[in-house]
Design a protein around this ligand. Structure first.
Ligand SMILES: [Zn+2]
Ligand SMILES: [Zn+2]
Length: 263
């Protein structure tokens, strides 16, 4: 499987992706908002875009569909439940569905509600698993829930699905928010040595050559995976004095999401 991460350079800091079969050169474009950059990248590689996947219905993920379809004739894939919110879906996806790209790439669909209620992540299994996670999981952070989502569902997605994937899984999110998210981690867990070491580097990072994290690294620096950390809980009880001494993981997640909304 070949992956090209495309930095749009827009105000929303979106990442678009091409996932290609090394044998046939067929490619799937993930959320190709910057259709011109995606098309140029495919051309440079000699790839043919035959499918588009929208992780969810927000305009900064679907806004390039029409131009990309006009240029390539690609078929459009998205969550089956997004059919009234995304125009022209050719294939509605559900949990467990497989997407084939060329001869050699197989992606599994995860139904991952929370950021919106019709959000799909796709997982490439194999020696180096990779997760294309849209606005569900960000590097060192989690998606917000105020445009059609719900934090309870986002917690369930993290706890029941993302948490269970291998630590070696590469993380390909829909936006570059890593520096801001690491700063939030340090606000919540000032003694997180790994986040402290990473933040200055990430503040200098060129997003066109972004660090690709793994879920193992996320578990070290992403506060939304660190729900039992004594420092996180201690700091959270300063902000919410009514919290019990040992709050359950879901309560910690929801309080962190609430603080991040205003931070
Ligand atoms: Zn979104
Ligand atoms: Zn987005």
């Amino acid at each position: 499987m070949l992956v090209e991460q495309i930095w749009t350079g827009n105000a929303g800091r979106n990442f678009n992706y091409l996932i290609a079969c090394a044998e046939t050169g067929e490619a799937l474009a993930v959320d190709p908002l910057d259709h011109e950059k995606c098309l140029a990248a495919a051309k440079a590689k000699g790839w043919a875009i035959t499918q588009i996947l929208n992780t969810h219905e927000h305009r900064d993920h679907t806004g390039g569909n029409a131009q990309m379809i006009a240029a390539t004739g690609a078929t459009l894939l998205a969550h089956a439940k997004a059919k009234d919110r995304i125009a022209g879906i050719d294939r509605g996806l559900a949990a467990g569905d497989t997407i084939k790209v060329g001869k050699t790439v197989e992606l599994s669909c995860l139904d991952t509600p929370g950021h919106t209620m019709s959000h799909i992540c796709v997982l490439a299994r194999g020696d180096t698993p990779a997760l294309f996670c849209g606005d569900t999981l960000f590097n060192a952070g989690a998606g917000n829930c105020h445009n059609g989502g719900h934090p309870n569902e986002l917690y369930n997605t993290f706890a029941q699905q993302l948490d269970k994937l291998p630590d070696t899984t590469l993380v390909y999110p829909g936006h570059d928010y890593i520096a801001r998210n690491l700063a939030f981690t340090l606000d919540r867990e000032p003694d997180n040595a790994k986040a402290n070491a990473m933040l200055p580097q990430m503040e200098q990072q060129d997003p066109a050559r972004a660090l690709v994290t793994t879920l193992g690294l996320e578990k070290e620096v992403n506060t939304f995976f660190r729900l039992t950390s004594p420092s996180v809980i201690r700091r959270l009880r300063e902000a919410f004095p009514d919290l019990p001494e040992k709050p359950d993981a879901k309560t910690v997640f929801l309080k962190l999401r609430e603080l991040r909304n205003k931070w």
